[in-house]
Design a protein around this ligand. Structure first.
Ligand code: FCB
Length: 468
């Protein structure tokens, strides 16, 4: 089925494309061939096959099976059935001219409870990565995109310092098994979400809600990253290694000093909480004025491990948050009226991406090269006569790529951009209702339909390759 969609794709820019509202401006850095353009996914969101070939339960299996946690009671049980359709999905990626693919490895598929390798799970990723390389795609692999084995959560999950060493063992196994298959490793995806949504407010698995938990979980996540980084360097010296942080732009509702400080605190909580330890080796002091007394337990040497140099930093950006002072030490959100929003309710605000990138460039002397490892939007896309015209997404992607281009022009070393996502998929607490793909998925038939956004990206990449 996916093949039909691929074969009917007119990447040469035929009449079904009409005018082209996507192609970047002439002179844009995006026309340079070495600026990598890819698509991203994550294991739990697309694979399905949760009980196959020795895969163990993950915290997202447990969480999504708990009534009231995920919209409409959706789970990742079948998702996009990518575990069985990976070959045609790779064909699809390649036919769309993407140059790189960011995927994640499901920890519960590749190790048993005793930490022994699960061959069947490992073989799946070997075949998948092998085929991606055969097709000429660069492979970006995330070790942890939120699907923690449930047995580790049962022993305290990210609250138990022992998990740091379990994660390092996992990184050791993966980098010994998959060295040569992976161009770029990412230890963690969005530790902010794992710590704050998973342990701080309970909106994500494992659904625990205590600020002190969030802060300690973050410390263990970052430490696990640092330990894993050393292991990856040892086992797979030829690859690039990094981590992925989601970052948020906070803007002040008025120009008052109090609101300006509130916007600063928003960015401390969302960005500096993660980036300062990684790039400066310390937690930001302002975090503890926002959350007095919530400091994590830090042992000697931890901050050095966390602050080890990175080959690259992955940045995920989606929207901005407008805030004002809460009258005390914090901020409260003040949603703006009359702005463009996506199906998630998130404001479309490309300037935020440029401003964050240029701000990081100014503030962090140790800032490594950056890849935008996720950016994209959800819309309520419908297939009409075999076509999906996702006009809002096309404009969104074009404007965010232009914002990246502006940041590059201002001196930020951005090396590539991955659209979130290749496929419509399981959007965590929002289930299947929110469609982020550049390829539409009919969850009843698993039919893939290339959206117009993907056709235009593909056409641009073909033109770019032809010029190189
Ligand atoms: C990010 C996640 C990704 C996806 C997008 C929309 O926070 O990394 O898995 O759900 O949001």
């Amino acid at each position: 089925m996916a093949q039909d969609a691929v074969e009917s794709l007119d990447v040469a820019g035929g009449s079904n494309l009409g005018g082209d509202p996507f192609t970047p401006a002439a002179g844009s850095a995006l026309w340079r061939k070495h600026f990598l353009i890819g698509a991203a996914t994550a294991s739990y969101q697309i694979e399905g096959a949760v009980n196959e070939d020795g895969r163990l339960p993950s915290i997202w299996d447990t969480f999504s099976a708990t009534p009231g946690k995920v919209l409409h009671g959706d789970t990742g049980e079948h998702a996009c059935d990518h575990y069985h359709r990976w070959e045609s999905d790779v064909e699809l990626l390649a036919s769309l001219n993407f140059e790189a693919y960011r995927l994640s490895i499901a920890w519960p598929r590749v190790m048993d409870e005793a930490g022994r390798p699960n061959r069947k799970g490992l073989d799946f990723y070997k075949r998948l990565l092998g085929k991606l390389k055969d097709k000429g795609l660069q492979t970006f692999a995330t070790l942890y995109h939120w699907d923690l084995p449930q047995h580790l959560e049962d022993r305290g999950g990210w609250l138990n310092r022992d998990i740091v060493y379990r994660f390092a063992d996992y990184a050791d196994l993966m980098s010994r098994e998959l060295a040569g298959h992976v161009d770029a490793w990412m230890t963690l995806n969005e530790p902010w979400c794992s710590a704050f949504l998973g342990y701080g407010n309970g909106h994500h698995a494992p659904g625990r809600a205590n600020l002190r938990y969030a802060v300690q979980a973050m410390h263990h996540l970052l430490l696990a990253h640092g330990e894993a980084l050393a292991v990856l360097r040892e086992n797979d010296p030829a690859s690039k290694k990094g981590i992925v942080a989601n970052v948020g732009r906070g803007t002040a509702n008025t120009q008052s000093a109090a609101d300006t400080h509130a916007a600063h605190l928003f960015e401390v909580q969302h960005n500096a909480w993660i980036l300062d330890p990684l790039l400066k080796g310390t937690y930001p002091a302002d975090l503890w004025t926002l959350w007095p007394g919530a400091e994590p337990l830090v042992l000697d040497g931890d901050m050095q491990t966390i602050g080890a140099p990175l080959d690259f930093l992955g940045i995920n950006y989606y929207f901005r948050t407008n805030v004002e002072s809460d009258g005390a030490n914090g901020y409260i959100e003040v949603p703006l009226a009359g702005v463009e929003r996506t199906q998630m309710g998130w404001e479309v605000y490309p300037d935020g991406l440029r401003d964050l990138l240029t701000g990081f460039h100014r503030n962090y002397r140790a800032l490594p090269p950056i890849y935008i490892t996720e950016n994209g939007m959800a819309s309520d896309d419908k297939v009409d006569n075999g076509h999906v015209d996702d006009a809002q997404r096309i404009a969104f992607l074009k404007r965010h790529l232009a914002a990246v281009d502006e940041a590059i022009a201002q001196g930020v070393d951005v090396r590539g951009y991955f659209v979130w996502s290749l496929l419509d998929n399981f959007e965590w607490a929002y289930g299947y209702e929110r469609r982020f793909g550049v390829v539409h998925v009919d969850y009843r038939t698993q039919q893939r339909t290339v959206k117009r956004s993907a056709q235009l990206i593909s056409k641009f990449l073909q033109e770019r390759a032809a010029r190189a």
